[in-house]
Design a binder for this molecule. Structure first.
Ligand code: FEO
Length: 169
C-alpha cells in the first residue's frame, strides 16, 4: 500500500476488531458461567462477527498491496457485575468502535484515498446496526431488571441467534 499512514491505521483497526472478538468471547464465557446459555450464544455470535470484520480489513490491506502486521491482542475483562452491566459494556465498546471507524474515514478523506473511504462505508453502516442490536437487548434487560420468567424468555430468544456472513461482503 503506497500510503503507509493509512496502512498502519488499517492494521490497527484489524487489531481492534480482533480485540472485539476476544472481548465478546470473554463475555460469552462469563454468561456460560452464570448459566445464561442464550446470552452466551449471543456473544459467541458477536465474536464471530468481529472475526469477520477483522478478516475484511486483512483482505483489504492485502488487496491494496499492503502488508498485514498482526500484533498482540490485549487481554479482555473476564468478570462483570451482572448481565445488565455486561450488556452495557457491549454498547460502550461498540460506541468506541464506531468512533474508531469514523476516525478512519476522516483519515481516508484527509489522505485523499477514495477507495479506502468507500471500503470503510460498509463499516459505517454496520456500526449503526451493531449499536441498534445491543440497544434492543439492553432495553429489554432494563425492563426485566434481571428477574423471573422474562430473563428466561430473553435467554431463550438470544439462544436462537446464528452467525450469517453478510452477502454483500
Ligand atoms: Fe466490528 Fe462490532 O464492530
Amino acid at each position: 500500500m503506497s500510503n503507509k499512514v493509512l496502512e498502519k491505521a488499517l492494521n490497527e483497526q484489524l487489531n481492534a476488531e480482533l480485540y472485539s472478538a476476544y472481548l465478546y468471547l470473554s463475555m460469552s464465557a462469563y454468561f456460560s458461567d452464570i448459566g445464561l446459555s442464550g446470552f452466551a450464544n449471543w456473544m459467541r455470535v458477536q465474536a464471530q462477527e468481529e472475526q469477520f470484520h477483522a478478516m475484511k480489513f486483512y483482505d483489504y490491506i492485502n488487496e491494496r498491496g499492503g502488508r498485514v502486521i498482526l500484533t498482540a491482542i490485549d487481554a479482555p475483562q473476564t468478570e462483570w457485575a451482572s448481565p445488565l452491566a455486561c450488556a452495557e459494556a457491549v454498547l460502550e465498546h461498540e460506541k468506541k468502535v464506531t468512533s474508531l471507524v469514523n476516525n478512519l474515514v476522516d483519515l481516508a478523506i484527509q489522505e485523499k484515498d477514495h477507495a479506502t473511504n468507500i471500503f470503510l462505508q460498509w463499516f459505517v453502516t454496520e456500526q449503526v446496526e451493531e449499536e441498534d442490536n445491543v440497544n434492543e437487548v439492553l432495553n429489554k434487560l432494563r425492563l426485566l431488571k434481571g428477574e423471573g420468567n422474562g430473563m428466561f424468555i430473553l435467554d431463550k430468544e438470544l439462544g436462537t441467534r446464528v452467525f450469517t456472513p453478510p452477502t454483500a461482503a
